[in-house]
Structures are given as C-alpha cells and as structure tokens.
Design a protein. Structure first.
Length: 183
C-alpha cells in the first residue's frame, strides 16, 4: 500500500506514553545527580593534585584506575558494596546506628547508587582532563595572587576557575552527553 502521511502523530503518541515521560524524568534526575557533583569533585581533586605533594603520581594513577578496569569487575565490586545484608556500605552505616537501605532493590535508592558508581568511574578521566587544563595556567598568576595577599579560596575562584573554564566546559559537556545516553 502507498504510505500514508500522519504528520506529528508519532510524536503525540510518544509524549502521551507515561513510560517515556518517566524515563525522561529519570534521565534528567540522573544528570542532575552526576554532572554537578562529578565535575566539581574532579575540579577540586585536580586542583589538589596539581600542587606539589608527596606521592602525587601515585594518587593520579589511583584515580585513573577505574577507567582501565573491566566494567564487569566494577559492577561486581559495587554490587557487593551495595548488598543489603552484608554490603560494606550498609555495614558502615550500621556501625553509625543507621539502618542501610536496599540500595539496588528500591528505585529511589537504585538511581542514587548508579549515580555514585558513575561519579566514581568517571572521576579519573575528568581529573586528567582538568589537570591538563590546570597545567596551562601560568604560575606567575598564582605568584601575583600570593603577593597581593589572596588566600587559597580567592585564588581558586578568581584565577583557577576562570582560566580553566574552557576545559571545565568540555568536561561538563562530556558528562551531560554521557548522562543523557543513560536514557
């Protein structure tokens, strides 16, 4: 039979489907959980690792390690950590007198557990990118801030963040695209 033009009917059907709307909301919620926390955490850690501290290269390797470990191994470790009965996270909460939730059995906590795993697994890649951006900032700017009497927070917000903003924009864009792909 010849094709029949239906206009925007497919889009109307899509928007009327409650499962599509729920999946869209879950994707946006996941993005709001992972992107700001992950990017800010990686920026702070990259800033700390850009300073001259003992064992700096070892720390860089440790943070990059999740990217080279097989995803199946990561899934097994985190599944064990989030186990309701004998998972390390619920045991630690039990020591504090808090009854741990069924992390992976409850939809409300499962998305949070997935967000934690995502932040942990992408932290190293974002950290390496931001470290590259931080190394392009001339040390003379930091020296000038020190001479002017600026403290670490003022230096971070007035020198580091503005000058690393192109790299920060790139990392944020990558994280947003990655979070949307979880749909």
């Amino acid at each position: 039979t010849p094709p029949k033009f239906i206009g925007l009917k497919n889009y109307q059907t899509l928007l009327a489907d409650k499962m599509v709307m729920q999946a869209t909301w879950n994707t946006l919620y996941f993005m709001l959980l992972t992107v700001p926390v992950g990017v800010m955490l990686s920026l702070v850690m990259a800033t700390l690792l850009s300073n001259k501290i003992g064992g700096r290269d070892i720390y860089r390797g440790i943070y990059f390690l999740p990217l080279v470990v097989a995803p199946a191994a990561i899934a097994m470790v985190w599944r064990w950590m989030f186990n309701t009965e004998n998972g390390i996270i619920n045991q630690a909460l039990g020591v504090l007198g808090i009854t741990g939730p069924s992390w992976l059995g409850n939809p409300a906590t499962a998305i949070i557990a997935c967000a934690i795993i995502t932040i942990w697994s992408t932290l190293g890649y974002d950290l390496v990118l931001l470290l590259a951006g931080l190394t392009s900032i001339p040390r003379s700017y930091y020296e000038a801030c020190g001479i002017d009497g600026a403290g670490p927070l003022r230096t971070f917000f007035n020198i580091t963040v503005p000058l690393v903003s192109p790299t920060l924009f790139f990392v944020t864009t990558l994280r947003v695209m990655s979070a949307i792909k979880v749909f």
